[in-house]
Write a protein that binds this ligand. Structure first.
Ligand code: PGA
Length: 225
């Protein structure tokens, strides 16, 4: 049976009070979370300390990781700095590629750093070319990390792609990278999540906007299973 992942990407949102309020609602619903779904919450770095690692029922991730080791790189967070706190690192989200001009080379470098530190990369791609580039940098990526496939038009628009086209893209990605687990992202909500997770080549979803509301996020998790 395939794994089902639900990755929540808070992006650049929430002050500490809002993050605490979200956490407290989420914790009240711990019993409702299906054991079959792997939930990866990716808040901003400074929110990570709000989550008690010994009791938090889900996995944690960061939204980015440095392409450098520790050292004189002001503002960067190296993979080894969050090792033991998070299990996953999102890398190369389309917003970082667009606004911070992150390149495929940097993505490849970040993936290497994450893997070296024992953190599982979740490489975000919005077209097949980016999958090919990843394959050229890390030919054995499958088995080492996940892919989050998100078309640019679907992100934050309320217009999710069709499950069938997402499945076809996921199959193409598997054809390129080998047996990699592919998540779909872009306007996932409680009402449409099952249509994606029921597709043969889709192993879960990445959720931006709808992850900001704890109740909505929990509905997505329960509907994903
Ligand atoms: P969205 O964002 O769910 O708000 O569309 C998805 C993403 O960018 O990860």
């Amino acid at each position: 049976m395939k794994n089902v992942y639900v990755l929540g990407n808070w992006k650049s949102n929430k002050n500490p009070q809002e993050a605490i309020a979200w956490r407290d609602i989420y914790l009240q619903h711990t019993n409702e979370l299906p054991k079959t779904v792997k939930v990866i919450l990716c808040p901003a770095y400074h929110h990570l300390s709000l989550f008690d690692l010994s009791t938090f029922p889900s996995l944690l991730g960061v939204q980015d990781i440095s392409s450098f080791d520790t050292g004189a790189y002001t503002g960067e967070i190296a993979a080894s700095m969050v090792k033991g706190i998070v299990q996953y690192a999102m890398i190369g989200h389309s917003e970082r590629r667009k606004y911070l001009l992150e390149t495929d080379e940097q993505v490849g470098q970040k993936v290497k750093k994450a893997i070296e530190s024992g953190i599982i990369p979740v490489v975000c791609i919005s077209d097949i070319e980016q999958a090919k580039k990843l394959c050229s940098f890390i030919p054995d990526y499958a088995g080492k990390g996940l892919i989050l496939y998100e078309t640019l038009t679907a992100i934050g628009s309320g217009q999710a792609g069709t499950p069938e086209s997402a499945n076809a893209a996921a199959k193409e990605i598997v054809d390129i990278l080998g047996a990699v687990e592919v998540l779909y992202g872009g306007s996932v909500v409680p009402e449409n999540v099952a249509r994606f997770t029921s597709q043969q080549y889709i192993s879960g979803v990445g959720v931006g906007g709808a992850s900001l509301n704890a109740e909505k996020f929990i509905k997505i998790i329960t509907n994903a299973s």
